[in-house]
Design a protein around this ligand. Structure first.
Ligand code: DER
Length: 225
């Protein structure tokens, strides 16, 4: 966890007094949130929007002032984890089941930083099962459609029951296993009625912070320049 810890802590150096933060979800985000709590205790003035109920609970534990997303007029900086990311900064997220709220927060944030250990860096995304959030009503038909595209959908199970997201929906993980053809994916999957959001994040972040055996690396995303 050392790699995740140093990445999470490093990311807090980009936080400025008065910011409204988007707090990500997951085991790397844990270290960032803990550090933000220490900053608040040290007098830092900030507010935060959580990307999941588990992050809300962590923020409360660390006494970080929370604000509902519809009560803020902006998000200055979103910091979140990632499951897989390639050199084009295309990523798979949603391993923790928070992809929908994470994508909303990331889409609103002026700046997005993703934090991770170096195991998340890949040449091409697609080996990590790609999460897709779907409506429970008619879910079997959505799964059938995904199967017809040979995307190997598996509904996510937790404690012997269907995993339910914070939004009350199901998650289907697509065991694609090889590089994703992004355009084909969007044209096929995103248009299926009942698919609400996917864990495919295209060139979303401004920089990544990676924990490695030899320390922490900051890699700027200059693709959009
Ligand atoms: O659900 C997500 O996208 C989370 O950010 C999470 O999957 C990140 O992984 P981590 O727990 O290894 O940080």
């Amino acid at each position: 966890m050392e790699k995740k810890r140093i990445a999470g802590q490093k990311s807090t150096e980009y936080i400025k007094d008065g910011m409204i933060l988007g707090l990500g979800t997951g085991s790397t985000a844990y270290y960032m949130i803990k550090e933000v709590g220490a900053m608040v205790q040290g007098g830092m003035n900030l507010k935060a929007v959580a990307t999941s109920k588990s992050t809300e609970n962590l923020a409360k534990e660390f006494k970080i002032p929370l604000v509902p997303i519809d009560k803020v007029d902006r998000i200055d900086l979103a910091i979140d984890g990632v499951d897989e990311i390639d050199k084009e900064f295309n990523a798979i997220k949603g391993g923790g089941g928070a992809l929908f709220r994470e994508k909303i927060v990331d889409s609103l944030a002026k700046e997005v930083i993703w934090i991770m250990d170096d195991s998340k860096l890949v040449d091409r995304i697609g080996k990590f099962p790609l999460p897709v959030e779907i409506l429970p009503y008619g879910y079997k038909h959505v799964i059938r459609k995904l199967e017809s595209y040979s995307l190997n959908p598996v509904i996510r199970i937790q404690d012997d029951k269907f995993f339910i997201t914070d939004n009350g929906n199901y998650i289907v993980d697509l065991y694609i296993g090889n590089p994703i053809n992004i355009n084909e994916f969007y044209s096929k999957v995103n248009v299926i009625t009942g698919v609400l959001e996917t864990g495919l994040f295209i060139n979303t972040c401004n920089r990544i912070i990676v924990g490695t055996d030899t320390g922490v690396k900051v890699i700027e995303n200059t693709l959009g320049d």
